[in-house]
Design a protein around this ligand. Sequence first.
Ligand code: IMP
Ligand code: MG
Length: 179
Amino acid sequence: MAHYVKGVLIPRDQIDKMVTGLADRITEDYQGKEIVIVGVLKGSFIFMADLVRKINIPMILDFMSVSSYYGGTKSSGVVKIIKDMDVDIEDRHVIIVEDIVDSGLTLQHLKEMLLTRNPASLKVCAAFDKPDRRKADITAEYTGMKIPDEFIIGYGLDFDGKYRNLPDVCILAFDGGNE
Ligand code: IMP
Ligand code: MG
């Protein structure tokens, strides 16, 4: 499928301010508690690295890897756990860190699964949100920015495994017809 980087949607300085805002809210909300932050690989890795360095609360970091996309731009609705987290989250305050909530299906499955492990609390922090495309009735408690219905890349987000390293969030455009 022919595609090209159409332009910057969110420049890096704006992303930085967004992350600071989220980290400040989390620091305030979890005063006196210890938290477990679970990053959903791979898309969240840059966001998570920036976020945790701005949060001033004792924390344990862990990762999970799930797959729902299989190389395309639309969610399959099937979530496969490729790597589970290592930490036992029973009676702990857990925050899932996601790159983007699109249909919400990935997050819905993930939340349901983690809730069976009886955490003290479970919230979601997502860098980006595409509310127009939601299929599952789910909202992240902490959302960085709402974005229009475009396919974005950069700041950890990929297309076919590429472009994660771009420091700004950019729009990926597709040449019509053969998507
Ligand atoms: P959902 O299950 O439809 O909410 O999909 C969530 C996952 O799909 C995210 O964690 C991303 O990995 C991926 N995704 C959704 N929208 C985009 C996008 O615009 N660019 C890159 N990846 C995306
Ligand atoms: Mg992802």
